[in-house]
Design a protein around this ligand. Structure first.
Ligand SMILES: Nc1nc2c(c(=O)[nH]1)N[C@H]1C(S)=C(S)[C@@H](COP(=O)(O)OP(=O)(O)OC[C@H]3O[C@@H](n4cnc5c(=O)[nH]c(N)nc54)[C@H](O)[C@@H]3O)O[C@H]1N2
Ligand SMILES: Nc1nc2c(c(=O)[nH]1)N[C@H]1C(S)=C(S)[C@@H](COP(=O)(O)OP(=O)(O)OC[C@H]3O[C@@H](n4cnc5c(=O)[nH]c(N)nc54)[C@H](O)[C@@H]3O)O[C@H]1N2
Ligand code: SF4
Ligand SMILES: [Mo]
Length: 739
């Protein structure tokens, strides 16, 4: 192991090796501190995992830390939405503790709900505590970004493996045939797999074999590799077609069927119900192409399908995700390097037990939780409708559901109706302007971390610990300290679902999550076993290697069965949920809608919250991408405006003509439509909030997973008249009008 120079102490001048925590790639960066201030963020070429990869967002992160619009003192609402006055931490925490205590006492624990936004996951202490906080209060009402991005994947994991967080990931370094279904890693840098240099990995696979990108839009990833255009939400049919090819051409190894999986006989009968031609019509991919893809996949052996959120937000999202896993399993790809693997974990492997589905249900609609998460789409009703179990208090951690979740005007009405709302954030945003308190959190430069989210999805085993680069600005505080202070004031001890930890907490001793991680690391496969293993790792030792280290955790191709929670340690291809979802699909008779909406991610945007950084937003001009033939039918040209309408709302947007989308699909970036937050630059950007077009309640979700229907929703388009266009040109702010 080559030695590394330890970082300077927190806040002192010099170069601090750390890592970006804006997205799952966790790229290594070097923060240069001069006179106590971070003056520059540059790629860390000495990080052995990311080897100098970063994106523009990562190197712009200090502009968030030092943003004059950032909230740096606890804020208390003193008037209407957005009217806040600074208060002391003690005053805020005392009042929050006592009001939550009263609500819990008067209305029961389920009167308190939470919404965990995406950045919650990127502050490891925050994440762990947030997951346990509600449970420690006895509440089951947890919501989050999960129903907008991952629930269907998690439910498919539960069905196939018995455990929602066990996720198959592609073994990129050895793979020869990679199908990417519904992901755009050239922009998103990958999700539920940790590979910061993803472009290099994909380039090498393409060089050796094939990278096939299945997407209704010729995304940046599709453009770089091989694009297979598909109808929005057509993937379920493509996968059924590929299964049919396996069956017709005898491409399944009987050993795999008997050893690795159960339930093939039942699934096979369903596969036989449609021939490849019928499947081709369902997905818009030619039958011969489906055959070619399936045959090539089996022939290549070191093959896998990687899928992500593009197949997680449609009406058959769970079934589609499940079929991806089933296809990877039935073709034996878990059994060799270069196929499908499970993340290489540095924590001791825990025998997982079957669970993580339906332990709680939405108050309205009775929709089951997935990994503890209830559907965001049901949150407004659960808050607004009177009766037992009504939600009266909401804790929002790092989230902006008014822009990023469904609900629109009804969600806003619900936020206004809450008895109490607390937000943990860096800014006043569209959502928390309705909060009673906003508690200022730290940016990643101001806190210690392990890449905790990445550690569960590691392709190449790597570990890094970082201290804070600088001390928190103003009065910003770390999540754990805030939660501890609140639950203590509620008389509940340390925030935790575990009785033991709560007991320890009541004694006044709180085990910091970082202490727990350290214990886990030390007891894990590369740990120092508290001195028993000479070359093992601990957080203390990692401090001497601030650029991070590659570690030796074995691949899972020989051991993957241990990760299956079902007692038979096989991948399950048949479950009641699969049966009922297939029945629902086969009974569907709806004609293809004329237009369907897709979301787009851009390199300079991160969901709804990096739009206050001028250098990131100034070149972005959100517009609706539409196929030129569709545009001709609507008689619109580049830059013209159209109304885009659903039964929920109507928005006016400029169009951009491009054949990158298949005919009938239109695409618009999400996370725009800023107004009312403290972020002055963001408030002055164009762009509408397309989530106002999403529906509400049971009609707007895939019931089994609570997934919000986001991609491929039916929309109507209508050219905006010339006078309306002129009106918008003279007042270029985004406009939303009730239908
Ligand atoms: N139409 C459409 N909607 C989508 C999506 C889509 O593709 N299309 N994508 C969905 C996806 S994948 C996701 S994950 C969600 C995201 O949606 P949310 O999870 O609600 O996240 P954001 O809207 O990005 O808001 C993040 C908030 O966290 C704050 N924040 C950022 N970092 C920190 C921090 O370190 N500490 C604290 N305390 N606060 C912080 C920011 O200031 C911001 O207010 O959106 C979903 N919505
Ligand atoms: N720059 C940037 N990076 C990000 C984020 C960001 O906002 N900006 N967000 C982060 C978050 S929270 C997440 S969850 C990840 C998500 O990471 P990804 O899963 O890679 O998400 P997207 O980039 O939205 O790519 C989804 C792709 O699916 C396609 N798609 C839509 N509908 C369908 C369909 O029916 N079938 C198929 N096959 N494809 C479809 C879309 O056209 C799009 O190209 O990205 C993370 N990284
Ligand atoms: S790819 Fe993600 S982790 Fe890497 S620098 Fe960009 S935002 Fe940060
Ligand atoms: Mo996400």
């Amino acid at each position: 192991m080559t030695t590394q120079k330890p970082n300077p102490p927190i806040g002192t001048d010099g170069n601090h090796a750390t890592f970006c925590r804006l997205c799952e790639a966790h790229c290594g960066i070097v923060a240069s501190v001069r006179e106590g201030r971070v003056v520059k963020l540059t790629p860390d070429k000495r990080n052995p995992h990311s080897l100098g990869h970063v994106c523009l967002k990562g190197t712009s992160a200090a502009e968030i830390t030092y943003d004059p619009d950032r909230v740096l003192r606890p804020l208390k609402r003193v008037g209407g939405p957005g009217e806040f006055a600074p208060v002391s931490w003690d005053e805020a925490l005392d009042d929050i503790g006592s009001r939550l205590k009263t609500i819990r006492k008067q209305h029961g624990p389920d009167a308190i709900a939470s919404y965990l936004g995406n950045p919650t996951a990127f502050a490891s202490e925050n994440f762990v505590v947030q997951l346990e906080l509600l449970a420690s209060m006895g509440s089951t009402r947890q919501h989050g970004a999960s129903s907008q991005d991952t629930n269907a994947r998690l439910l498919a994991n539960y069905v196939a493996y018995g455990a929602p967080w066990t996720t198959g990931i592609p073994d990129l370094p050895s793979c020869d045939y990679l199908i990417v279904m519904g992901g755009n890693p050239m922009i998103s840098n990958g999700s539920l797999m940790w590979a910061p240099r993803i472009r290099h990995d994909f380039d090498e696979i393409a060089e050796r074999g094939r990278v096939l990108v299945v997407d209704p839009r010729r995304s940046e990833t599709a453009a770089r590799y091989e694009h297979l255009p598909i109808l929005p939400n057509g993937d379920v049919w493509m996968l059924l077609g590929m299964f049919r090819v396996l069956q017709d051409e005898n491409l399944i190894d009987p050993d795999v069927l008997s050893r690795d999986v159960v339930g093939w006989d039942s699934l096979r009968l369903q596969v036989l119900r449609n021939d490849v031609g019928a499947c081709a019509r369902g997905c818009g991919v030619a039958a011969e192409t489906i055959r070619d893809v399936a045959r090539g996949f089996v022939r290549a052996k070191r093959s896998t399908i990687y899928s992500r959120i593009g197949i997680c937000r449609g009406p058959y999202a769970t079934l589609t995700n499940f079929l991806v896993t089933a296809f990877n399993a039935a073709t034996g790809t878990y059994n060799l390097e270069g196929g499908t693997m499970f993340g290489r974990e540095v924590f001791p492997s825990q025998k997982s037990t079957v669970g993580g589905y339906g332990e709680s249900r939405s108050r309205h609609g009775d929709s089951p939780s997935v990994a503890g998460f209830l559907p965001s789409a049901m949150m407004p009703d659960d808050i607004l409708i009177d009766g037992p179990g009504k939600v009266r208090a909401l804790l929002v951690s790092c989230g902006n559901p008014l822009l990023s979740a469904p609900g629109g005007a009804r969600l806003e009405e619900a936020l206004k109706a809450l008895d109490f709302m607390v937000s943990f954030d860096l800014y006043v945003n569209e959502t928390n302007r309705h909060a009673h308190y906003i508690l200022p959190g730290t940016t990643f430069l101001e806190r210690p971390d392990l890449p905790i989210v990445g550690l569960g999805f590691m392709i190449r085993p790597f570990i890094q610990f970082t201290d804070a680069v600088i001390h928190p600005l103003g009065e910003a505080r770390d999540g754990f300290d805030i939660y501890l202070a609140i639950v203590r004031r509620m008389g509940l001890g340390a925030p935790s679902a575990s009785k033991l930890k709560r007991f320890i907490g009541k004694l006044g001793l709180a085990l910091r999550p970082m202490t727990m991680f350290d214990i886990g690391l030390r007891l894990g496969p590369v740990g120092d076993r508290f001195g028993l293993r000479k070359n093992g790792w601990s957080v203390k030792k990692l401090r001497q290697y601030p650029h991070g280290v590659m570690v030796d955790v074995p691949h899972t191709y020989l051991t993957w069965r241990k990760r299956i929670a079902y007692p038979d340690q096989k991948i399950h291809l048949w479950q009641p949920a699969v049966e009922s979802e297939l029945a629902r699909l086969f009974a569907e008779r709806r004609p293809q809608p004329r237009f369907r909406l897709l979301s787009v991610r851009r390199i300079g945007s991160l969901n709804s919250w990096m739009h206050n950084v001028d250098r990131l937003v100034r070149s972005q001009k959100p517009a609706l991408t539409i196929h030129p033939h569709d545009a001709a039918e609507l008689d619109v040209a580049d830059g013209d405006f159209v109304y885009i309408r659903t039964s929920a709302d109507r928005l006016k947007v400029p169009v951009r003509l491009s054949n990158e989308v298949v005919r009938g699909a239109v695409a618009y970036p999400h996370g725009w439509g800023h107004s009312g937050g403290s972020w002055r630059r963001a408030n002055n950007t164009n762009g509408v909030n397309i989530n106002r077009l999403l529906g509400l309640g049971l009609q707007s979700i895939e019931f089994v997973s609570g997934t919000t229907l986001i991609d491929g929703i039916e929309v109507a388009l209508e050219k905006a008249s010339a006078t309306e266009m002129n009106a918008t040109e003279s007042a270029p702010t985004a406009e939303s009008v009730a239908a």
